[in-house]
Design a protein around this ligand. Structure first.
Ligand SMILES: N[C@@H](CCC(=O)N[C@@H](CS)C(=O)NCC(=O)O)C(=O)O
Length: 205
């Protein structure tokens, strides 16, 4: 089954690209230009009417939610080591962060980026940016308390939960806010992840 990934630099599609590289899978990569409201232009709109990235096409099926794609690819293509099973004591923690990377952190990251840099200046709302930044900080503190001295988020191994939340750390690091917003143990966890060969390869594409 061929895997085709539609990807734009720095975006959530990096989660999927990172996973594909971790798993050493073959895939076709199609780069699209990120443009708020018209990402990829009309050609991409014909594939994904939402015009958001990622999109992944596997055997004629389209998926377009980054964390669902992580679970799909890891489950379907032999990435058991990157998952945590229901019998493991960390199963709940694994699900919490795997989903929370997008459903918890993702909205605050989007609002923060939108209102501090992505929207045209006249449309930015400082209070929204501050509210989102405050919530990002609180979530990073919660992450730090949960993480403690562990090297990874769940089951003492690298999993798709680390990819899910690791992308948020990448985004904040990119704009120089990770060390300001996150406790030291979260910064150390993130720097360790972002140094992985597969991540380095993914960001270079
Ligand atoms: N919940 C979706 C969010 C996808 C999303 O918002 N992607 C952004 C880039 S990080 C995008 O494509 N934005 C383009 C636009 O809004 O025009 C996911 O996790 O895949």
């Amino acid at each position: 089954m061929t895997i085709k990934l539609f990807h734009a630099t720095h975006t959530r599609s990096l989660r999927v690209l990172w996973l594909l590289e971790e798993m050493g899978l073959e895939y076709d990569l199609e780069k699209v230009d990120l443009k708020m409201g018209d990402t990829g232009g009309s050609e991409y709109a014909a594939i994904n009417p939402l015009q958001k990235v990622p999109s992944i096409m596997v055997g004629g099926n389209l998926m377009q939610e980054s964390t669902a794609i992580l679970e799909f690819v890891a489950t379907k293509f032999g990435g058991k080591d990157l998952l945590v099973g229901e019998d493991h004591a960390d199963y709940g923690r694994f699900l919490q962060w795997m989903h929370g990377g997008e459903s918890g952190f993702g909205m605050y990251l989007s609002v923060y980026f939108g209102h501090s840099m992505l929207l045209p200046e006249k449309d930015r709302n400082k209070a929204m940016a501050a509210w989102a930044a405050d919530n990002l900080q609180k979530m990073l503190e919660q992450l730090g308390a949960d993480l403690g001295g562990r090297p990874f988020l769940a089951a003492d191994k690298f999993t798709i939960a680390d990819i899910s939340v690791g992308y948020i750390a990448y985004g904040l690091n990119l704009v120089g806010k990770l060390e300001e917003y996150a406790p030291e143990n979260v910064v150390a966890w993130a720097k360790n992840l972002l140094a992985r060969d597969a991540f380095q390869k993914a960001v270079s594409l």
